[in-house]
Structure formats: structure tokens, C-alpha cells
Design a protein around this ligand. Structure first.
Ligand code: ZN
Length: 316
């Protein structure tokens, strides 16, 4: 019956979300600020400001979910495809700033743990979380434990190369899965639609400016019944489903949870995803069904998971 709370922080490519919460996942305060994506010196002050705006005397630990390659043993952000930040000693610096224990994990790993603890995969010991936002992040829970790999770097599913001559990726390679099957891919294809036909539904919603096309605008057009937007989401859903089938071939989870901002397109994305998944899976007709479901905690999953991990829920 303690009021022990944590601050959970989700540091993404566009925003930093921080919240104060209990181990039951009850959220008492939250804030969102812009990520200084192109300024390494501003990174820690921004994260500290987000924490400071929600922290209180009941907070006993701070958890960070970071979009990028994080060494969870040392709490150092090594690199990240969508920010300029490199070799950032998050754990050491935030511990010095707040005099509290600090844990640092990958954001999708944190989100996977939140869904496992309180969300869509809470009744399953073996689950794969696929976070479809700007890019694609992955989190894996097996036997009720997070799989972090030998170096704390497991789960980078977005950077499997599926098109060797495909679009340039922020990681330095070409044709990574996240370049053809994420919010980025939806926005890129939507922008092409606007260039070809500024008067299309997507074009009108974007004010005729291809640079203003986002995944949200495409989803909005599709929800309004626009055929081109629906087809575009179906194509990205297909690429997602093919990739998820490959992962299920390797991992054999009980359930796959699809989260992240792009997943808010709902069945417009999930239905074609499931069709392509079943069509691409080895031995789909002889396997037990693997449900593919939407995340239950929405965009708070990363911050909530980071908070849960800070409170030591993984050990419990
Ligand atoms: Zn990549």
C-alpha cells in the first residue's frame, strides 16, 4: 500500500513524454516536450526538464525508454537512427542530477514490457511487440522475461534489410524494413500521391504540400473512404505482415502486439497485415494460431514500461 512512484520517460524521435506512475500503472502526472533531435548538447537538459516537471517526493526511481541502441547494462545510449545523439551516458548523468536509481532501456523494449505487464499481452509469457511509429522498434518477452541479447541490443527488428536497393535508412544502410513498412513509408508514399494529384483526398488534407503529408493525414483520408489512401495503408500493412511472419518463423511467440503511432490506423493497417502474415508464414496451416492484436496502452506504453522497469517489476 505504498505510494512508491516512478518517473517513466519515453524519448522518441519527435517528442519526449514523461509521466509519474505507480507500479499498478496508475498515472498521476504527465508532460510532453519536443525532442531536440539535432542537438546533442540539448539532449540531457531536455530530458531533465521533462522529469523535473512530473517528479515529486514519492518518486523512488527513474526509467528511460530510449529510441535507439541502448546498452542496458551501462545505461549508455550508443546511437540512434533518427537523432544525432551519440554515446550519451544517460544513467550516470540522470542519477547525478536527481540522486535516484535510473534504468535505461530501448523504448520498444519498455513498451513490450508495459503491454506484457498491464496490456494486450498480459496473459502471455511469450510475446513479440512491434512498435510502428516513424520507424519500427521491437521488444521481445520470452518465458515472462525480457530478451535483451548478449549485449543488451536485441530487438532491432526495423533494421533488417528487405530491399537492398531501397530507400536510405537513418542507420546508414539501404532498404531496412522500417523504410518500407513504417510511418515513414506511409508519409513517403502519401507525398508521392500529392505530387501526382494535388487534388486527391490526401492532397487536400495536406494543403497541396507533399512535405506536410504524415501517417495521420493518410489514415484520416482512408477513414474518410479514400481509395488511394486505403490502398497505400494496405500496401504498408502487407510489408508489415511479411516481416512479422519472418519474425514469428524465428521466435515462435504466442501473440504479436502492434503498437506505435502508425498502429492508430487500426484495421486499415491490421487487416492487410494479418492476411500477408498468414500468407507468408511457414506452415501456417499446421501451426497454432498466433493472434496479432493492437496495443492496449497506446502511445503511453513506452513511458509506462520504463517506469515499471525502474520500479523493478521485471524481477517480480
Ligand atoms: Zn536501418
Amino acid at each position: 500500500m505504498s505510494d512508491r512512484s516512478a518517473v517513466g520517460v519515453d524519448v522518441g524521435g519527435t517528442k519526449i513524454a514523461a509521466l509519474r506512475m505507480t507500479v499498478e500503472g496508475s498515472v498521476a502526472a504527465s508532460t510532453v516536450i519536443a525532442t531536440p533531435a539535432s542537438d546533442q548538447d540539448a539532449a540531457l537538459p531536455a530530458i531533465e526538464a521533462a522529469i523535473a516537471s512530473v517528479i515529486d517526493d514519492d518518486v523512488v526511481a527513474i526509467g528511460i525508454g530510449m529510441a535507439g541502441l541502448v546498452d542496458a547494462r551501462t545505461g549508455v545510449l550508443l546511437t540512434t537512427p533518427n537523432l544525432v545523439w551519440r554515446n550519451l551516458p544517460l544513467e550516470e548523468r540522470l542519477h547525478a542530477a536527481f540522486s535516484l536509481p535510473v534504468s535505461v532501456d530501448n523504448d520498444a523494449t519498455a513498451a513490450a514490457w508495459a503491454e506484457r505487464s498491464l496490456g494486450a499481452s498480459r496473459d502471455y509469457d511469450d510475446s513479440l511487440f512491434v512498435g510502428v511509429g516513424t520507424g519500427i522498434g521491437g521488444g521481445l518477452v520470452m518465458g515472462g522475461r525480457i530478451v535483451r541479447g548478449a549485449h543488451g541490443l536485441a530487438g532491432e527488428i526495423g533494421h533488417v534489410i528487405v530491399e537492398p536497393d531501397g530507400p536510405q535508412c537513418g542507420c546508414g544502410n539501404r532498404g531496412c524494413w522500417e523504410q518500407v513498412a513504417s510511418g515513414l513509408a506511409i508519409a513517403r508514399a502519401g507525398a508521392r500521391t500529392v505530387i501526382d494529384d494535388p487534388g486527391s483526398a490526401i492532397g487536400r488534407l495536406a494543403g497541396g504540400d507533399p512535405r506536410r503529408v504524415s501517417g495521420e493525414i493518410v489514415s484520416q483520408a482512408a477513414r474518410g473512404g479514400d481509395v488511394a489512401a486505403t490502398a497505400l495503408l494496405a500496401e504498408v500493412g502487407r510489408r508489415l505482415g511479411e516481416g512479422v511472419a519472418g519474425l514469428v518463423n524465428v521466435i515462435d511467440p504466442e501473440i504479436v502486439v502492434i503498437g506505435g503511432g502508425a498502429s492508430e490506423a487500426g484495421e486499415l493497417l491490421l487487416a492487410p497485415l494479418r492476411t500477408a502474415f498468414v500468407g507468408s508464414l511457414e506452415g501456417a496451416d499446421v501451426r497454432p494460431e498466433v493472434p496479432i492484436v493492437a496495443a492496449a496502452l497506446g502511445n503511453d506504453a513506452g513511458a509506462i514500461g520504463a517506469g515499471l522497469l525502474a520500479l523493478g517489476s521485471e524481477a517480480g
